[in-house]
Design a protein around this ligand. Sequence first.
Ligand code: AMP
Length: 207
Amino acid sequence: MNIVLLGAPGAGKGTQAAQLAASLKIPHISTGDIFRKNMDEKTPIGLVARSYIDLGKLVPDDVTTEIVRARLEEADCKEGFILDGFPRTVAQAEALSRFSEIDAVIDVDVPLEKLMKRLTGRRVCASCHESFHVDFIGARSDCPHCGGELTHRDDDKEETVKKRLEVYKAQTEPLISFYKKSDKLIAVNGDQPVQKVTEEIFARLKK
Ligand code: AMP
């Protein structure tokens, strides 16, 4: 199954993508994670990506699309994949349709006003990449699951989050109507406990 996860920053796409990938035994491809890895390793792509990501802007379509196109050609994607954070613009969605057939597009819907709190309080494990909210973990700095170091992403700081949410509204939200036309869109309520969201996704995928 080739699946796209849509949704605003902080909607829980990454968490749900990881669950789906583990259950369906297909790779979880997060463009944000690919960019962060390149930034950590200071590769040429990482340097380009940082100049956009630090400002809350999208990395240009041509750079992002080429990364995904090449990744989907790898052998582990033959039986399917979960795309998390791609496409984020109509141009990316059009490009994707030229090199891959998508079976389902899951929109994880969370009211925009709740996302600021989710993102600014988010801490991400540097080792297993799982996310937690300070409301649940308090001030601890180690991952409750693997003991790795919890980090506060630079782009989860308030000013950058504001910009990211504006960019989502302007450039990514139009993808919902884009995919509605194709009859592949599954809208799920992302404003409920993680496990409930996962159950809703699986129930809707089986239909
Ligand atoms: P994420 O981890 O998905 O929130 O992505 C972090 C940042 O990476 C985004 O705010 C963008 O700057 C960049 N990024 C991730 N995916 C894309 C994409 N499909 N197109 C352009 N920029 C992206």
